[in-house]
Design a protein. Structure first.
Length: 386
């Protein structure tokens, strides 16, 4: 058996009294510090309140003045579309001789104005003139022989009637006469052919216009159909423009076309029924009025205005603000002159203004300038826009 554990000895009463005294002293000191701190905070707050009340109150901020315009809804907007084309002549031709030969002279140069029927160039006709003389001599010979044959037929006819000539001699004389008549007709045809070739050795302008290209200088031997001059009609130029299929053809009747820095009135001459396989457009040809100074090949711009029906209003582009999720907003002022935000949809932009659609309460006006100067909920003073 082990010995029983010993119990701790109890503290004497004097020790416990000293511990309690020290605890009470510490609590008292802590309470005193807390009381002093509370008194200091109270006194400081009172002093700050007194000083704040002693300072005069600042003047009320002035109300911001903004430019505003009433909301005037419109039934739609006009869209100007521009299409590109070029100026060209109504008629143009590559000049060539129908027959080949040596070029004797060329009578025009690049840029020259020519009138219809004017001789432009000629071929050497020396061989044709010689052929013509030979045919003329042959025809004279046939004509002389024909005269003798006709007299022979007449004489044999009389002798046959009197029984002094046989029918065979008469028939022979008639056959000789017919042969000479045929030879004369053949020579006349050959003469006509030579005269026609001589005439075609001089080429004339098919229409009045201007020479654009000269590819020879004279003395060359040209083949049949070889082009040596370019000619365009100078009067009444036209414009060729590709027009998309969605353009209303009624808008093309009378239009305005810009060439260079000037605008010209134009009328639709024809609208081709087929579609260009490359541009997927229909070719429109326009006749210009009073456009004598335009150059062929110049770029032309066709302006077509179409009306789009859509309820909305025009606002300056500066009045728009970009909202969240790609939305556009306007700042408006209500009847109480408080700034509100309105979400709008942009339908069309035209220079410095845009056509928007949205919902606007009655009595509101649009803040059209300086929307960044105010915020939603702010009271503003309104001034009419210029």
């Amino acid at each position: 058996m082990s010995e029983p554990d010993r119990l701790p000895s109890a503290k004497p009463p004097e020790t416990r009294l000293r511990g309690l005294s020290r605890l009470a002293a510490r609590l008292g000191v802590t309470v005193c510090f807390i009381a002093v701190a509370i008194a200091a905070v109270y006194l400081g707050s009172a002093e700050l309140t007194r000083r704040a009340e002693a300072v005069p109150a600042p003047a009320a901020a002035a109300v911001t003045t903004v430019s505003a315009r009433p909301i005037l809804l419109e039934s739609g907007y006009a869209v100007d579309r521009v299409f590109i084309g070029q100026v060209e002549a109504q008629r143009q031709a590559d000049i060539s001789f129908e027959l080949g030969g040596k070029l004797e002279q060329i009578l025009v140069d690049e840029g020259d104005m020519v009138f219809e029927g004017q001789v432009l160039a000629t071929l050497d006709t020396a061989l044709l003139e010689a052929e013509k003389d030979r045919l003329k001599a042959s025809r004279d010979a046939v004509e002389a022989q024909l005269g003798f044959a006709q007299k022979t037929v007449t004489r044999n006819t009389e002798l046959n009637g009197q029984g002094f000539a046989s029918r065979a001699r008469l028939d022979e004389a008639v056959a000789r006469q017919d042969e000479l008549l045929s030879r004369r007709s053949e020579l006349d045809a050959s003469m006509y052919d030579v005269n026609l070739r001589i005439e075609k050795s001089s080429i004339r302008a098919p229409f009045a216009g201007r020479v654009t290209d000269r590819r020879v200088d004279g003395g060359e031997t040209l083949g049949a159909g070889q082009a040596f001059l370019g000619l365009v009609e100078a009067a009444a130029p036209q414009v060729r423009i590709g027009v998309p299929l969605d353009v209303d053809t009624s808008l093309l009747a009378d239009v305005r076309i810009k060439i260079g820095t000037r605008h010209y009135a134009a009328s639709l001459a024809t609208l081709r029924p087929d579609i260009d396989p490359l541009t997927r457009t229909r070719t429109a040809l326009f006749e210009l009025t009073d456009a004598v100074n335009v150059a062929f090949g110049q770029t032309a711009r066709l302006y077509v205005s179409a009306f789009v029906e859509a309820a909305g209003l025009w606002v300056p582009a500066t009045a728009l603000k970009e909202g969240g999720r790609g939305q556009w907003t306007l700042l408006v002022a209500d009847n109480q002159h408080l700034v509100r935000q309105a979400i709008v949809e942009v339908l069309h932009a035209d220079g410095h203004r845009v056509f928007v659609r949205g919902v606007f309460p009655d009595g509101t006006v649009v803040i059209d300038q300086g929307p960044h100067r105010v915020t939603v909920g702010q009271r503003v003073s309104l001034s009419e826009a210029d």
